[in-house]
Design a protein around this ligand. Structure first.
Ligand SMILES: [Zn+2]
Length: 313
């Protein structure tokens, strides 16, 4: 069968895990196997829709090798419109890879996702800004220290052709322990990249197009589709991220724009308490570019304000 559609289903204690998978087997010859996930965060729609379109529209005669598309990885979060975390246990799946069979929903889901990804030659994880998150398009890959593997991941990130490329490490300021891509890279020794385009929980047509172009560019680079990849756009490299948090809860008034270049100490916004007193002035913790920010003014204690990419290769 060139195209199979499966709803993988696992009963586990009181909950059921369902994972929709479309497998496209090329009729155009041999090529690598790509595993691609979207919807690890249930309200990041641009990546999900690019995979649904790919499943529906790709001419298999033009495909070499295999594409395994996990179209909505966190189906419960998608169906409940639950941003960032699972509605069943409140965990962010992208912090609990590689998962485990320990009786909690997210760990079990991640364990099953890892099983579905296993066997691939490379891995892509499609994201966007969630319901209250705005971002400039960026790719993210794990730097392992193995130059050959890191070079392959960087090449895939470059071919996705977004303006910002950030690498992360296990011990960095933004440690990538628990993420999809770092754990897939480590467990299966394959290149793995996250791509982030779009945001605010919007199904923005342009963002879907950018994801789709990125996918096809990578398919050409990896040999899944015939053709020459598009030339690279201008790409800025970052080798770490710093995430900025409030200390207190309150109403946050943002004073920056995504993509802004900030210097350490630059003012980023103000946190008010519920009586209009300024309780915190937030400043940039480092020099860099604002890659994403939270758009909602409602901040919990230790509320996430923004992520700043730190330049470096
Ligand atoms: Zn995400």
């Amino acid at each position: 069968m060139p195209k199979t559609k499966e709803l993988l289903s696992f009963q586990y204690d009181n909950f059921k895990i369902e994972i929709p998978v479309v497998t496209l087997r090329g009729e155009g010859g041999d090529g690598p196997t790509a595993a691609i996930t979207a919807g690890i965060h249930g309200c990041e729609y641009t990546g999900i829709f690019s995979l649904l379109k790919l499943a529906s529209e790709l001419d298999l005669k033009k495909l070499k090798g295999t594409l395994k598309l996990i179209t909505i990885a966190s189906l419960d979060a998608f169906e409940k419109r639950n941003m960032f975390v699972s509605p069943l246990d409140g965990k962010n799946p992208n912090r609990y890879f590689p998962g485990a069979q320990d009786g909690t929903f997210t760990n079990e889901l991640n364990f099953r996702l890892m099983q579905a990804i296993q066997g691939a030659d490379y891995y892509l994880d499609l994201h966007a800004g969630d319901l209250v998150e705005a971002l400039v398009p960026f790719t993210l890959f794990h730097k392992s220290g193995d130059n050959e593997m890191d070079g392959k991941a960087l090449a895939i990130a470059k071919h996705y052709n977004l303006p910002n490329i950030c690498s992360s490490t296990t011990g960095g300021k933004w440690a990538d322990d628990g993420t999809t891509y770092a754990n897939v890279a480590k467990a299966f020794n394959i290149p793995a990249v996250i791509a982030e385009v779009g945001g605010f929980g919007q199904l923005d047509a342009k963002a879907v197009e950018i994801h789709t172009e990125g996918l096809f560019n990578v398919f050409k680079h990896m040999g899944n589709i015939e053709g020459t990849p598009q030339p690279f756009i201008e790409q800025t490299r970052f080798n770490d991220m710093v995430w900025l948090y409030t200390k207190n809860k309150g109403f946050y008034y943002n004073e920056i724009t995504i993509g802004d270049e900030v210097k350490k100490g630059d003012r980023m916004g103000t946190l008010f308490n519920y009586f209009g007193d300024v309780v915190e002035t937030l400043t940039a913790p480092a020099d860099g570019r604002v890659l994403f920010r939270t758009t909602s003014p409602a901040m919990t204690e230790k509320g996430l304000i923004a992520g700043i990419g730190i330049r470096g290769e």
